[in-house]
Design a protein around this ligand. Sequence first.
Ligand code: MG
Length: 395
Amino acid sequence: MTRFKLVAAGVTDVGRVRDGNEDGYLDQADRLGLVAVADGMGGHRAGEVASATALEALRAAVASGDPLRDAIEGANEAVLEKSESDHELQGMGTTLTAGMLGTDGSLTVGHVGDSRGYLMRDGELRQITEDHSLVEEMVRGGELTPEQAEVHPQRSIITRALGIDPLVDVDLYPIELRAGDRILLCSDGLTTMVRPEEIANILGREPDARRAAQLLVDAANAAGGEDNITAVIIEAVEEPEDDAVAAPVVDDGDGTDAGAPGPKPRRRRGRTLLRVALWALPILLVLAIAFGFVGWYARNTYYVGIDRGRVTVFQGIKGGLLIWDPTVERHTDLDPDDLTQPQQEDVQAGKKFSSRSGADSYVTRLRQGVEERATAATTTVPPPTTALPPAPPPS
Ligand code: MG
């Protein structure tokens, strides 16, 4: 199996008409195998907040081991929560189109909205994603031609976005990577300004990914730059087998990533272990409490039994309980043979007490009994024998 790593380069630009840039992109190709584009909406500040919030939530979720769909759903919740927490941000939303390298070396593109993913392979440009926009749905329904859609006044209305509804429908597109593949993620500020043929032309002729992304943005600006423009180019670079198992060397130039965690497979394993540990934690806690209780019970119980032929006070449970064996607390000089028959049976069975003083009192009573019986034996005078009168004769 050929393994790939991702190399990405992105450019975002305000364009020539808008005041602010509500687009954003994420390049975590080397650290997480993750690249994404987001196009925010909802007014100047809100749009910027929406795209930035979604991208950060996506990054954090993937970094913690979430699969792409879960991570995008999490980004949706993050944007929605933020918009509900601040009335200036109410109604904000964002598109999100993300590419993530899988453990098997394939790339999955996750998509909501009208940003786009394209695959450039063998000189051919193919659109990966379907726009979630009103005009695209009308084209798919046969109500508009693609040419009519391009100039339709409602072409910027999108039918799916993050941050609008608690539930979001995420499209996933798996791509079997091949060496030399280029994937373009871009906002509609590029695709509404630059035709696919021109995009293919630029991607085909400029080998440097960063320069190619800049050329795409330049082309959109040259065509009017009516919207914010973002273009991120991802390249699938074949990884030698040896490198695939070696510890990853991460260098994004800022020197902050020395010793960064490994790529996806390793993260996932860590996450699984953590999940198992979290799942097992309550059970371990209950067991620890139960064990502690048994230990406490074993150490706070006493019995009176027999050791070395003498009545003895023990701490613990006769015969032991789990790891707790009984220990001798006090030997006495009482001989079990001097006890009454029921007392002997009690002591042989190990007579239980919940406190040491209870056991001691019992021993004291046993001793008193023995002494009383001894005293009685030495002072008792047999009654005088008297002759019985003769039986009366039968009448
Ligand atoms: Mg846009």
